[in-house]
Design a protein around this ligand. Structure first.
Ligand code: DAH
Length: 357
């Protein structure tokens, strides 16, 4: 009668567990499985030796052997799950890389979606500056009646000041009664009418938008251009408030080294009126061709609201006063980005436009 080699079993079991734990790939693990549990494995050999045992010893030894097999099988199973998960993860990562390549390729092939034009961006930036100062932003129509574009602004028919605006007329109604607005000032009238109708005075608003003039485009003018109008109607407003707003705006938009100045001028809708100029951004005030060697560039007009304008919209000039201003958005873009010829803004040359994406 032989005795079951228990010491052998413990040794073989430990070796089997080590081998399974050492398998780092599924293929290694399968090999390990064949080696520790296959037909020619030490455990199977031990199993075979059971038959030679005395019956009373066989039962105990069989149970011990079963237990060892079970532990090895369990270790194998656990390791298999682990390695399969690792393999899946690796495959996913490879997939993700593939996907990445596809995306990169797609970007190079798809057409570019473009970006807002320099004028649109400039308008947004100007709005931001004024909103930060407490102004609201309003919109007005581009086609106006003669009354809004001129008369309500204290420019009656045949007034010589009409010569300041070369006007496009729209063939609607009586001849020369409907116009493409020559400036954003008529939006002031809409705003004040609305404030009176809804009893919501005071008004602190800016009104950006497109305007039209029968001008031949040149380096500093376009026939379709953009302005931003400003209007304040409140109690106790003075010229100092106007000058403060202009100066604050200039420094906020153009930078602290650019100054503004007001020079007496004439506009029918304001009294007193002024032109406002800023330090030439091309030569920084030294004097150059762009600023006709003055060191200053005119940006727009401004002034205290003429009582005749307030009366046209039924606002009592004894109770309310205010100021207005209007200047070119395209001109601001030109000055800020030092664009020699304003016509570049409408040429649609991508080499120009892409600089402002
Ligand atoms: N509307 C004027 C123009 O286009 C500019 C202007 C001047 C607007 C004075 C104003 C102002 O509001 O008060 O020439």
């Amino acid at each position: 009668m032989t005795t079951f080699p228990l010491a052998n079993l413990a040794e073989e079991t430990a070796a089997a567990l080590t081998r399974i734990g050492a398998a780092n790939e599924l293929a290694d693990l399968l090999e390990a499985h064949a080696h520790v549990l296959g037909r020619r494995s030490a455990l199977v050999a031990l199993q075979k030796s059971l038959g030679a045992l005395a019956p009373q010893e066989r039962a105990g030894a069989g149970a011990t052997l079963q237990d060892a097999r079970r532990r090895v099988e369990e270790a194998y199973e656990a390791r298999r799950v682990e390695l399969e998960a690792r393999e899946r993860q690796r495959a996913l990562e490879l997939d993700r890389l593939d996907l990445g390549d596809v995306v990169v390729e797609r970007v190079t092939w798809s057409p570019s979606v473009g970006h807002p034009s320099l004028v649109a961006t400039t308008q947004r930036e100007l709005e931001d500056v004024f909103v930060a100062m407490g102004f609201r932003v309003a919109d007005g129509p581009e086609v106006e009646s003669d009354w809004y574009n001129f008369e309500a602004l204290n420019i009656p028919p045949a007034h010589p000041a009409r010569g300041m605006w070369d006007t496009f007329y729209v063939e609607l109604g009586d001849p020369e009664t409907v116009v493409l607005r020559t400036h954003t000032s008529p939006t002031q009238i809409h705003l004040m009418e609305h404030a009176v109708a809804t009893n919501t005075l005071p008004v602190h608003s800016v009104m950006p938008g497109r305007c039209y003039r029968r001008d031949t485009p040149d380096a500093r003018h376009l026939a379709a251009f953009h302005q931003v109008e400003g209007l304040v109607v409140d109690r106790g407003i003075s010229f100092a408030d106007l000058a403060g707003v202009i100066e604050t705006f200039t420094r906020a938009y153009f930078g602290p080294d650019i100054e503004s100045r007001l020079r007496p001028a004439y506009f029918p809708f304001t009294e007193p009126s002024a032109e406002f100029e800023i330090t030439c951004t091309i030569c920084r005030g030294e004097g150059c061709r762009t600023c006709s060697h003055t060191g200053w560039i005119e940006l727009g007009g401004c002034g205290m609201l003429d009582p005749a304008v307030l009366e046209a919209v039924h606002i009592d000039p004894d109770e309310w006063s205010g100021f207005a201003f209007g200047f070119g958005i395209d001109r601001c873009a030109q000055m800020r980005h030092q664009i020699a010829d304003m016509r570049a803004l409408i040429d649609n040359d991508v080499r120009f436009m892409e600089q402002f994406s």
